[in-house]
Design a protein around this ligand. Structure first.
Ligand code: BYC
Length: 482
């Protein structure tokens, strides 16, 4: 069998020869109706019957794995797609470094591995739940289509993790797969597992920030899991990463288009001062300081997803060969980290300072540092748009200690420059850094749907190119067919 080709014959498209694996095929077919119920209940609200121009994988080789066509979302072919197996692959790090990669779950690490797969799986439906109401206020059909593309692929990523649970973890894997359909983002009784996935995504600027910042945590975590000595997890994550790239593209270009529209409108109206918020808002665009506040919010919420700076969980997962570092295969060291240190930001005598910690314990911090570097690349592109349009403003990522709920700084109030604030100062200045209720009201009032082909809401510029090179007036979503 050509491992890259996807078998579309059965209920569940796959490239893992599911037809020959009767037990897993049955388990997934049994899970399928619950998934569809979840999708109907918690997936995009109001557009389930619309025809959406979506891409689907027909093969997983690097070229041409995406085929575009109109699909009703509940009929999207969610399936199980793994990157090709590399013959003779070895465990690349940890105490088992150099041994053959595991094709079955190593018994001694079963619980740890299951926990990683479940946490990864839990984030996928959570994000769909967070975004389910956004279709109704889409600023264009182009953006609506991108939202739905992201949503169906997050659904597929859930399938990816559920396949691992059903195939490799027996009864408890089946129970975890069920539980993934039961938890709900933001539910006080059955919340999603990680903090940021219980927050709201109230508007489209938040959606773009989420896909820029939070999907990028997805990229970093998937890169770390793609290094895993457990080969099926590595192969699964490698293919998920190809889909993840589009989600970050949606975020980066989304924010770029918002920034561009604001700066163009300011220029046209002869407004140079980005802090003249009342005048800028009269133009029906989002002022740059509010965009900065949204970036502060989503960046800080996402930093929490890296866990504690010093973590025995992370050390154990690395030592065991289950979760590596960002692009472990390109790093030049012993890949075991039994000795060696890494600088970790800590709160020492009331000041934020670096302190060396054992490298193995500091892996969350290290991944977070790599993440911040990656985040800054797109921020630089946003700033280039602002500078090219001649507006004196620069978007900056806040200090990593700002507005934290997990880790070293979770009990301290810190401003965007890393200065410690008293609780009273924080309360007084909070809305300088984070969206205030009037900022939220203003953005909410802008969120008027624009469902005519080729048209865009007042606050966002059209994209430079269409999806699949379609022309500007292409009807990405046929709502009339709903
Ligand atoms: N919220 O030892 P620590 C994505 C818990 S996003 C709540 O520092 P560790 C996507 C932690 O679970 C990527 N609890 O944690 C993006 C632990 O609890 P237990 C998702 C938190 O394990 C957009 C305790 O605190 N994938 O794909 O080193 C759209 C001690 O913490 C949080 C992964 O995250 C939190 N933020 O690191 C769609 C990869 N942080 O066990 C999708 C898999 C920590 O003591 N997960 N805790 O009860 C992991 O690698 C790790 O679980 C974490 C945490 C990096 C998340």
């Amino acid at each position: 069998m050509n491992i890259a080709a996807v078998d579309y014959d059965g209920l569940i498209p796959n490239n893992v020869a599911l037809g020959q694996d009767v037990r897993v095929k049955r388990a997934l077919e049994k899970w399928h109706p619950g998934y569809i119920n979840w999708w109907n209940d918690m997936g995009p609200e109001g557009f389930q019957e619309a025809l959406v121009y979506l891409r689907t994988a027909v093969s997983v080789d690097p070229k041409g794995w995406a085929k575009f066509d109109y699909v009703r979302m509940p009929e999207y072919r969610w399936g199980v797609l793994l990157a090709p197996q590399h013959e003779g692959r070895k465990i690349p790090f940890g105490t088992h470094k150099g041994e053959d990669a595991w094709q079955e779950v190593p018994g001694e690490y079963r619980a740890m591995l299951r926990r990683l797969v479940v946490i990864q799986g839990d984030t996928e439906p959570a994000s769909v739940e967070q975004q389910r109401h956004l279709g109704k206020t889409a600023p264009s059909l182009y953006d609506m289509r991108n939202l739905f593309q992201v949503n169906v692929e997050e659904g597929r990523h859930l399938w990816a993790m559920v396949y691992l649970l059903q195939k490799y973890f027996g009864t408890d894997g089946r129970e975890e797969a069920e539980a993934l359909l039961q938890r709900r983002s933001g539910d006080p009784d059955t919340p999603r597992m990680l903090g940021a996935f219980n927050e709201k995504t109230p508007d489209w600027l938040s959606f773009f920030m989420f896909t820029y910042f939070t999907d990028r945590d997805g990229k970093m975590q998937l890169e770390a899991l793609a290094q895993s000595g457990f080969d099926p997890l590595s192969r699964t994550c490698r293919f998920m990463l190809t889909e993840e790239a589009h989600h970050m593209f949606v975020g980066e270009t989304g924010v770029t288009r918002v920034v561009q529209r604001t700066c163009e409108a300011m220029k046209q109206a002869g407004i140079d001062d980005p802090y003249d918020i009342a005048r800028v808002r009269k133009l029906g665009v989002i002022d740059l300081p509010t965009i900065q506040k949204k970036a502060n919010l989503h960046f800080s919420l996402t930093l929490d997803l890296f866990g504690n700076e010093i973590s025995t969980n992370a050390a154990n997962a690395f030592h065991a060969g289950l979760k590596g570092r960002f692009r472990e295969d390109r790093l030049k060291d012993d890949h075991q980290l039994e000795s060696g240190t890494y600088p970790v930001l800590r709160l020492i005598d009331g000041k934020v300072k670096n302190e060396d910690a054992p490298a193995l314990s500091a892996l969350n911090m290290r991944l977070r540092d790599d993440y911040v570097v990656d985040c800054n690349i797109g921020v630089g592109r946003w700033n280039k748009v602002i500078a090219d349009l001649g507006i004196p403003f620069e978007i900056k990522l806040p200090h990593v200690a700002f507005h934290r709920h997990i880790g070293e700084f979770s009990r301290t109030n810190v401003d965007v420059d890393g200065n410690i604030l008293s609780p009273a100062e924080w309360t007084e200045r909070r809305t300088e850094y984070l969206p205030s209720s009037s900022d939220k009201d203003y953005i909410e009032h802008l969120m008027q749907p624009q469902f005519e082909p080729a048209k865009f809401a007042s606050w966002i510029a059209p994209p430079k190119v269409g999806i699949d090179n379609k022309p500007g007036d292409f009807e990405y979503v046929k709502i009339a067919d709903a």
